[in-house]
Design a protein around this ligand. Structure first.
Ligand code: GRF
Length: 211
């Protein structure tokens, strides 16, 4: 596929966005960050984009706008920036179905637990880590998955385990998981940049690197 023409969607602080920009700058991720999109005007992610000279776009549904119209507006923005691949990084709104369909197998999300556990609507931020600790899990982890039309249900591309320590609080566990997120998201995207991903139903096959 060559350098991925990438958009990141983020609603929050944008530490994953920052890690991706750092991976691009370090040559670990063969991608061009074309635009950062947020539904929140005050998102830290938009500020990170501006600071790094990346176009930052606040895109939120208007009060009376249908999902279809909002989706068309989102698609027009992605086309305008010639985006070929989308990475959701703490994007808390559902992506309109038309956009998910247009980017089938070209849209990833990162989730701070091992799906299908501790995912779904409303499972974000510290709630995820709180639930992991309440269940008494000994491991948690990170899942990078393809996006389908529901929350956190698309096929996993990469998963990595993170240990849960006896005295963990949700905040401490979140920090440990986030460090791994920052490595694994760039790794997953690089597999697509190298055209090493084949999707067979729910199984995402990682092909060996070409010699
Ligand atoms: C991350 O934990 C990610 O897994 C989840 O939202 C959080 C975003 O954090 N989807 P940040 O804005 O990238 O710091």
């Amino acid at each position: 596929m060559g350098a991925l023409k990438l958009a990141v969607f983020a609603s929050g602080t944008g530490s994953n966005l920052k890690a991706l920009l750092d991976a691009i700058a370090a040559g670990r991720l063969d991608a061009e960050m074309r635009v950062v999109v947020s539904n929140k005007a005050e998102a830290g992610a938009l500020q990170i984009a501006r600071d790094r000279g990346v176009p930052a776009c606040h895109l939120a549904p208007q009060p009376s706008e249908s999902e279809a119209a909002y989706g068309q507006r989102m698609l027009a923005t992605l086309q305008a920036y010639e985006v070929e691949f989308v990475a959701l990084a703490g994007y808390l709104k559902k992506v309109p179905a038309a956009v998910v369909r247009a980017f089938k197998h070209r849209m990833l999300n990162i989730h701070p637990a091992l799906l299908p556990s501790f995912g779904g609507k409303g499972m974000y931020g510290l709630r995820v880590h709180q639930a992991v600790l309440e269940y008494g899990c000994k491991v948690s982890g990170v899942t990078v998955h393809l996006v389908d039309e529901d929350y956190d249900t698309g096929p996993p591309v990469l998963q990595r385990c993170v240990p849960v320590e006896p005295d963990d609080t949700p905040e401490v566990l979140a920090r440990r998981v986030l460090q791994v997120e920052h490595q694994v998201y760039a790794e997953a995207l690089q597999l697509f940049a190298e055209d090493r991903v084949e999707v067979r139903g729910r199984n995402v096959i990682i092909k060996p690197r070409a010699k």
